[in-house]
Design a protein around this ligand. Sequence first.
Ligand code: CDP
Length: 215
Amino acid sequence: TIPVIAIDGPSASGKGTVAQRVAQQLGFHYLDSGALYRLTALAAQKQGVDWSDESSVTRLAAALDVVFEGETILLAGEDVSQSIRTEEMGYGASKVAALPAVRDALLQRQRDFARAPGLVADGRDMGAVVFPSAPLKIFLTATAAVRAERRYKQLLGRGEAADLAAITADLEARDERDRARAVAPLMQLPDALLLETSNLNIEQAVAQVLAWWRE
Ligand code: CDP
């Protein structure tokens, strides 16, 4: 069986960056599961499909024509690496992710990322649903204030307008939706190790994951 490191946690915790670097260090593949929900939301918007229309969104999710090429993500041949990262698509992703049939439609696609020599999988339900037998499960988080600050800097770094108060409110609302939803709610599993990164930089967080992996 292929070794999988499952890293779950809330928005803007830095888990994407940490997961990618761990994958790089170990020479493992990387799954950004949030990107699949963002792609589904974008595909729906492009087709004029409402994010709450479960059967239509599920059909789009099942048929997603997506290629991951390093940092680049192609949807039906178009580079959408930037356009899926907006706050609007984060919101759309959390809407379509609440639909059970959409999650089912994306399940096998996510499992197909587990190829030799191993996989680092980043998301909300990697340890609970997609890779329940992963030998290492991590719940990576930080306080809401620290996460809002990280998202704020990320948006400024991309040259986007950003308002810290609005970001904090959006983040808290999205976390609440991710935690309270009926399917695959964001939670810390009993068999997951807690990585609280409020006082850690990326290198320190990566080093902790690698140390746990080598244990
Ligand atoms: O970058 P950020 O952490 O804000 O978002 P993301 O990881 O790209 O995920 C966007 C949204 O997709 C989340 O708010 C979740 O609602 C949903 N999601 C999910 O339900 N399950 C996953 N495995 C990954 C993301």
